[in-house]
Design a protein around this ligand. Structure first.
Ligand code: ASP
Length: 324
């Protein structure tokens, strides 16, 4: 049996990304109709190992696993042997000896999931690694973007907000530019990652043919009218050791998607946010009532995409390498 791990978007070929999106799209109607039950992964176990808080990611993986017939087990840092000082390596070796099929892992250290994967013989799915990567979020974001006709060369998307601490931005930047989208990063200088120009993988930077451009602006108003999509990001206070923004009201005035700014965004554009949302900070109430808002579609896509990904990780996704 062949297992596959997903630690970053770069683990997938463009063909595999499309296969995952196609499979997720085929799950969507069944999920929208209230869910499904099949036995694709009956006899397989998924261990959900979350060292950081999660609502959407954990519950969508669990729901997806259960719909596919898996046994799902939840472990958090609290109540596990991590509290007794067990290292990531020893946790991996222990869980490996139990022969779990899939581990879905979130950790506050950017390299912890990759470290775990070195000592675990079957599939490891990165559910968010510090400020490093969140590949399943980028994949699930791609689904509503594709359905809206935005996942194409020369379309333009802005990713706005706390980019410095955002794994969502890092994974999305890799995925979206690989589809040829131009990405405008919009943030105050204090919330831009250092060396942001280097966030594109070296081989794309060496030969940018076919990949989208990446640029940076501090002027949200100026960027808005030229967009096909805007992705708003949360101010991640839990990752801010020191002050990066002086005042939330001032931040909101400069970088929040307010009623006034909604008017600057083209009618055909779409609005994304990975959640959780700070209402009144990065998005105003009006965003949720706006027909361009796809925030709930992203959540539903999460269940569909993670269903496809669990199958892929166990070699059970039709048309992919290692199909069982
Ligand atoms: N839910 C996303 C993440 O886990 C975004 C966020 O927390 O703001 O990275």
């Amino acid at each position: 049996m062949s297992y596959r791990s997903l630690l970053s978007i770069l683990d997938l070929t463009p063909g595999e990304v499309n296969q995952l999106l196609d499979a997720a799209a085929s799950y969507l109607p069944r999920i929208e109709a209230g869910g499904f039950k099949d036995a694709t992964l009956k006899g397989y176990s998924a261990l959900l190992l979350f060292y950081e808080a999660s609502t959407r990611t954990r519950s969508s993986f669990e729901l997806a696993g259960k719909m596919l017939g898996m046994d799902t087990i939840n472990i958090g840092a609290k109540g596990s042997s991590v509290e007794k000082g067990e290292t990531v390596r020893d946790t991996a070796l222990t869980l490996n000896a139990m022969h779990h099929n899939v581990v879905v892992m979130r950790h506050e250290a950017p390299d912890a999931v990759a470290l775990f994967a070195r000592y675990f013989d079957r599939a490891v799915l990165n559910a968010g690694s510090g400020r490093g990567q969140h590949p399943t979020q980028a994949l699930l974001d791609a689904l509503p973007l594709r359905q809206a006709g935005v996942l194409q060369r020369s379309k333009r998307i802005a990713i706005v907000g706390d980019l410095k601490h955002s794994r969502v931005m890092r994974s999305n930047l890799q995925l979206l530019t690989s589809f040829g989208l131009d990405v405008v990063l919009v943030a105050p200088p204090t919330l831009m990652p250092e060396g942001w120009e280097g966030l594109k993988p070296a081989y794309w930077a060496a030969d940018p043919t076919g990949y989208g451009e990446v640029s940076w602006s501090t002027d949200f108003d100026r960027v808005l009218p030229g967009l096909d999509a805007v992705m708003m990001l949360r101010v991640q206070r839990e990752r801010m050791g020191d002050a990066h923004i002086t005042n939330t009201d001032e931040y909101s005035k400069l970088y929040g998607l307010s009623r006034r700014r909604l008017k600057l965004l083209p009618e055909s554009a779409v609005i994304l946010h990975p959640g959780p949302v700070n209402r009144g900070v990065e998005v105003g109430e009006d965003v949720f009532a706006d027909p361009r808002c796809l925030i709930n579609d992203q959540v539903t896509s999460g269940v569909a995409l993670r269903s496809a990904l669990l199958c892929w990780s166990c070699g059970k996704l039709e048309g992919t390498d290692g199909q069982a």
